[in-house]
Design a protein around this ligand. Structure first.
Ligand SMILES: [Zn+2]
Length: 98
């Protein structure tokens, strides 16, 4: 029940002090909407031209190709974006979000 205590050595969390079973219960009772771990989107980009119009090469494990510039390789650029960042990214690319 108190396994969370190990992670917070400095201060006993409020929810524990007030006898709640979990931080979630506490937040719910207090009406606290805590930002959860943000949902992220993984995107892949061509290392050569920066286009996200990349796809795996059928029949070749781990090999990617860029449909825009024709680049082919394994070191595709992987990015992890939050929803906000993704929106911004789409804006910059000039693509609308469906
Ligand atoms: Zn490319």
């Amino acid at each position: 029940m108190f396994e969370m205590a190990k992670k917070s050595k400095l201060k006993t969390p409020d929810w524990m002090m007030e006898g709640f079973d979990s931080e979630g219960d506490y937040n719910k009772a207090k009406g606290i909407t805590k930002k959860k771990k943000e949902k992220t989107f993984k995107i892949k980009e061509c290392p050569k031209c920066g286009s996200d119009d990349v796809g795996v090469v059928i029949g070749e494990v781990g090999v990617w190709e860029c449909k825009k510039c024709g680049w082919k390789g394994v070191d595709v650029v992987e990015k992890e974006l939050t929803e906000d960042e993704l929106m911004k990214y789409m804006d910059e690319k000039g693509e609308g979000v469906a």
